[in-house]
Design a protein around this ligand. Structure first.
Ligand SMILES: C[S@@+](CC[C@H](N)C(=O)[O-])C[C@H]1O[C@@H](n2cnc3c(N)ncnc32)[C@H](O)[C@@H]1O
Length: 449
């Protein structure tokens, strides 16, 4: 079978399954044009395993189909211009264009003339119209009549509290400036990170952000938004519910406690301890008091100032350790130091859960693996489907881009399963199981070797 025929069949079959799953859940078909979010867009909507996998496979197959259909030079030029798209999204976010278009006084089908919008924002009308037009050509807004723009489902996600505007502020601001120096940072004799080169600092990035509250705020709110979307998968697709009552989850480098809070809400039988730098503690107390006063007042969450380069003070039975997005922020030697500082606290039955983007090299299967989506069972725990031929492993566009981002910011990385084995082997630990979740993150369950 040719690649393109296989892709057509994968897309058709997966679309049928997507439709069945939506019907079974009593949900309407997906759309682009209508300026409303779909129920699936709610950050806490838990998709069935079949629905989650159907969407993942369709996206992967559509990307590959486009690569087959589009002339290669055109694809490269189009994607090389991604910075224009990202800056146009930044402009739309900075001026809250979607929010203005969503005002109840605006007819959602008629939209607003670009000149009226531009005058309101103090922007030049003609280039503003052209920026909006470029965004509309990528389905970020609609051009409903020449020069008139309206929201669609995609642009509605640019309105807070959705995560997208926070992510764009980070990606298209800090991220773009840093990416500009990535080629310099790749040089074998270059000791500085792309971020250090771009912003001219020599400390670690957390220390730099601490001294630059503007960037710290952008960084923190982007992370919070992305974590929020992942929470429902993370609290469902690991068997937290089977942990004995009273087990203490120690969230090492837990920040303000976003992950601990999701676990505490979903699993009332667990106790939580958030360990982080002393600078974070005040904000963490504030966040828990505001968002979950009952858990805070019950004392089910505790805070501990702790430097994760020093020996872990909490040890014994009934403890499970968690690190989310910690190891991927540090170069290799520091990763070894952080894990070694924990090791002394572990006994043979202890578990460490590392929550990160586990990456899978996008290798194309050699054998003609079929699409097994039709056999997936929603009543079973979530397990990732093997991607069918000709799709490469994945598709993990977001995860693999994060990997580069970690290099740019920290000379650090996301890891493949083999790289996890290697790192953990160095410190006398091993992978027990990698739990994929219905989110961009996996949970790597680790014990002493
Ligand atoms: C990317 S954030 C992840 C936060 C949290 N784990 C989450 O997933 O929401 C990294 C965290 O590591 C913390 N951190 C950095 N250096 C640390 C250290 N030496 N000891 C303890 N925490 C540290 C930072 O304060 C920050 O909260």
């Amino acid at each position: 079978m040719s690649e393109i025929k296989a892709l057509r069949s994968i897309i058709n079959n997966s679309l049928d399954i997507l439709e069945d799953e939506l019907l079974a859940a009593g949900l309407p078909d997906l759309w682009v044009a209508k300026p409303q979010m779909h129920p699936l867009d709610k950050p806490d909507y838990l998709q069935t395993p079949r629905l989650f996998e159907a969407r993942r496979v369709i996206l992967g197959a559509c990307r590959m189909l486009a690569a087959a259909v589009q002339p290669p030079t055109e694809k490269i030029i189009e994607e090389g211009w991604a910075h224009q798209r990202s800056q146009a999204l930044k402009m739309a976010t900075d001026y809250n264009v979607a929010g203005v278009l969503a005002d109840p006084s605006v007819d959602p089908e008629e939209g607003i003339d670009a000149t009226v919008l531009a005058n309101r924002f103090g922007l030049s009308p003609d280039p503003f119209k052209r920026e909006m037009r470029m965004l509309a050509s990528h389905h970020y807004f609609r051009e409903v009549a020449e020069g008139r723009f309206a929201n669609n489902r995609v642009s509605m996600s640019l309105i807070p509290p959705y995560a997208a505007p926070y992510a764009i502020r980070y990606v298209a601001g800090w991220g773009l400036t840093v990416a500009h120096r990535v080629v310099d940072a790749l040089r074998a004799d270059q000791p500085r990170t792309a971020a250090q080169l771009a912003f001219n600092f020599d400390t670690d990035q957390f220390a730099f952000l601490e001294k630059n509250p503007k960037y710290l705020e952008i960084f923190t709110s982007a992370m919070t938004g992305c974590y929020e979307i992942a929470a429902v998968g993370l609290v469902t697709d690991f068997p937290w519910k089977n942990l004995p009552k009273g087990t203490t989850v120690v969230d090492i480098g837990g920040g303000e406690g976003g992950l601990a809070m999701s676990i505490a809400k979903a699993h009332p039988h667990l106790q939580l301890i958030d360990q982080d730098r002393p600078e974070v503690e005040e904000a963490a107390h504030r966040m828990w008091k505001t968002h979950t006063p009952e858990i805070y007042n019950e004392g089910r969450i505790k805070f501990q100032s702790y430097n994760f380069f020093t020996p872990q003070p909490l040890k014994g039975e009934g403890i499970i350790y968690v690190m989310r997005c910690i190891i991927h922020d540090w170069p290799h030697d520091e990763c070894v130091a952080i894990l070694s500082a924990l090791k002394g606290a572990l006994n043979p039955s202890s578990r460490l859960l590392i929550v990160e983007h586990v990456i899978y090299p996008p290798v194309m299967p050699k054998e003609k693996t079929p699409l097994l989506l039709g056999f997936m069972d929603n009543s079973k725990p979530y397990a990732e489907l093997a991607t069918p031929w000709p799709l490469p492993n994945g598709p993990q566009v977001i995860e693999l881009t994060h990997d580069i981002e970690m290099f740019c910011n920290f000379k650090a990385k996301e890891r493949t399963p083999a790289e996890w084995d290697e790192l953990l082997g160095e410190v006398g630990m091993k992978v027990v199981k990698i739990w994929p979740t219905r989110s961009e993150f996996s949970i790597v369950e680790i014990s002493l070797a």
